[in-house]
Design a protein around this ligand. Structure first.
Ligand SMILES: N[C@@H](CCC(=O)N[C@@H](CS)C(=O)NCC(=O)O)C(=O)O
Length: 211
């Protein structure tokens, strides 16, 4: 299995956690998102992923982008240690939390969005930071309200995809110096996940391409 990744990409970070959780080993293929305008934009990579983003997972003859699709694939192809709960309504509730991050938060602070805002809409660095902080905070507030109020993890007693999407977004929130102390549920989930092997080994500080 091959994972195209960038150490600081929150979307790739999710997939690294999932692969570790399932104890699947993989070849790390680094794609530098900043060097020379971004390796993701070069032909060699857009052939792999036409959306010019990481992650991309290649397994046997299957090449998949989009972390949610990758999570679904992993749960169906490698059934041990499920990422999503199996049954109704837990599956849907877990997907709801995942989507708060996946479609409701991360895309608004993605590199290509910020580049466009800066280059064509001429926003300043301060405005860029304010934009990111606003949308990240809005997403995290919703997650904090909708997740479980007790148990160690976002869905209660078991670690799930919801935690695997949350921690990378918290990592980004910290880069933007957001105050997270007001989110008690998020704090609790973070404390319970951060030292689990699957999470700590996926952390941006310890990847093959970490500077
Ligand atoms: N919905 C996609 C998001 C992927 C994504 O936005 N990746 C970012 C890094 S977190 C990226 O590669 N950005 C490159 C760019 O915007 O040029 C997923 O879940 O995999």
């Amino acid at each position: 299995m091959k994972l195209y990744s960038y150490y600081r990409s929150s979307s790739a970070y999710r997939v690294r956690i999932a692969l570790n959780h399932k104890q699947i080993s993989y070849d790390y293929k680094a794609v530098h998102l900043l060097k020379d305008g971004g390796e993701q934009n070069k032909d060699a990579y857009t052939k792999v992923n036409p959306k010019a983003e990481v992650p991309t997972l290649v397994d046997k003859n299957i090449s998949l982008s989009q972390s949610v699709a990758i999570f679904f694939y992993l749960d169906r192809a490698y059934i041990e240690k499920q990422l999503f709960p199996k049954h109704l309504p837990d599956f849907e509730k877990c997907l709801e939390l995942v989507e708060i991050i996946n479609s409701g938060t991360q895309p608004l602070q993605n590199l290509s969005v910020l580049k466009k805002l800066k280059k064509e809409f001429l926003i300043s660095e301060d405005q860029k930071i304010e934009w990111c902080r606003y949308f990240i905070d809005k997403g995290l507030e919703a997650f904090n309200t909708k997740c479980s109020n007790d148990g160690p993890f976002a869905m209660g007693s078991n670690v799930t995809a919801a935690d695997m999407f949350l921690l990378p977004q918290l990592y980004n929130a910290k880069r933007f110096e957001l105050d997270l102390t007001k989110y008690e549920n998020l704090q609790r989930i973070y404390d319970n996940c951060k030292d689990l092997d699957s999470f700590s080994k996926a952390h941006p500080d310890v990847q093959p391409d970490t500077p």
